[in-house]
Design a protein around this ligand. Structure first.
Ligand SMILES: Nc1ncnc2c1ncn2[C@@H]1O[C@H](COP(=O)(O)OP(=O)(O)OP(=O)(O)O)[C@@H](O)[C@H]1O
Ligand SMILES: Cc1ncc(COP(=O)(O)O)c(N)n1
Length: 267
């Protein structure tokens, strides 16, 4: 069985973060592991507080996994401070895992910051160059590329700019756009567009975590980057179609084995 590690924040309400990642891994039939970087007291409506794990303890969790288990892919989510970023980057440079998917999480769905705004330069200098696939949403791509994104060709321009920062491939996600949900992949040579109709729901808590974890799972199973992104897009679309009206705010995506078995296994 392929083994996939999530290095991310904990969402106690179960819709995003480590919890969404582990559910996505299980639905893909890979063995999921987790290194918790921050504990977030959050739910479908708001973030109450964030407690970062110390850099030393982040490093020890990563050591505990890598000294014992072969890792086929790593998904990285919320890294709230430059200190967390440096601890994770140091260990990635030490263990050099394959198939590193980095979701540069900056805000929760309700707009609450999950990354300290002063950390963007550390993200660019130390984290982005470690990504085999980087998956910013439009507001994140705007911050990283320092440009406004209003059209699909702006998404392509931002992808080129961010690719030049050292990641091996980038997907700018179009969940925050209007009209169809279009994601733009750039691998340094070609652009690929993955487009679905926009699903009319407010229950999209955890879409970004689900998408990046699905890409990591598919890379672990041996798919190329474009095919892994294509599969992940199909998976997240189904997870949104079946999303759950849990809580008072934006409910979570739904992961269940049958969805995967009866849906994606037919591809
Ligand atoms: N309403 C929707 N209908 C169809 N696809 C969607 C919708 N919202 C998001 N997606 C898809 O979900 C995936 C995640 O994109 P999104 O831009 O929502 O990520 P994110 O912003 O990181 O997530 P979040 O907003 O939860 O932090 C992308 O493939 C995107 O196209
Ligand atoms: C701990 C944690 N990590 C990430 C997100 C963003 O989630 P998403 O972008 O998937 O909605 C979140 N709300 N909480």
């Amino acid at each position: 069985m392929k083994k996939v590690l999530s290095i991310a924040g904990s969402d106690c309400s179960g819709g995003a973060g480590i919890q969404a990642d582990l559910k996505t891994f299980s639905a893909h039939g890979v063995f999921g592991m987790s290194v918790i970087v921050s504990v977030v007291a959050e739910n479908t409506s708001r973030v109450i507080d964030i407690q970062d794990i110390t850099p030393d303890m982040i490093e020890k969790q990563i050591d505990a996994v890598f000294e014992d288990i072969e890792v086929d892919a790593v998904k990285i989510g919320m890294l709230s401070t430059p200190e967390c970023m440096k601890a994770v980057a140091k260990k990635l440079l030490q263990y050099k895992p394959q198939n590193v998917v980095i979701d540069p999480v900056m805000y929760a769905k309700n707009g609450c910051p999950l990354m300290n705004p002063t950390a963007v330069s550390t993200l660019i200098d130390t984290v982005i160059p470690l990504a085999d696939v980087l998956t910013p949403n439009i507001p994140e791509a705007e911050k990283i590329a320092d440009m406004q994104i209003s059209t699909v060709s702006d998404m392509e321009a931002a992808a080129r700019k961010i690719y030049a920062m050292g990641c091996k491939a980038i997907v700018v996600k179009g969940g925050h756009h209007i009209g169809n949900a279009v994601d733009v992949l750039f691998d340094g040579e070609n652009f690929y567009h993955f487009e679905t109709s926009r699903i009319d729901t407010k229950n999209t808590h955890g879409t970004g975590c689900t998408f990046s974890s699905a890409i990591a799972s598919q890379l672990a199973k041996g798919k190329s980057v474009p095919l892994a992104v294509e599969s992940a897009k199909a998976y997240v679309t189904m997870a949104i179609e079946h999303s759950l009206a849990i809580g008072k705010g934006c409910g979570p995506t739904h992961h269940f084995y049958e969805l995967y078995q009866h849906g994606l296994s037919k591809e």
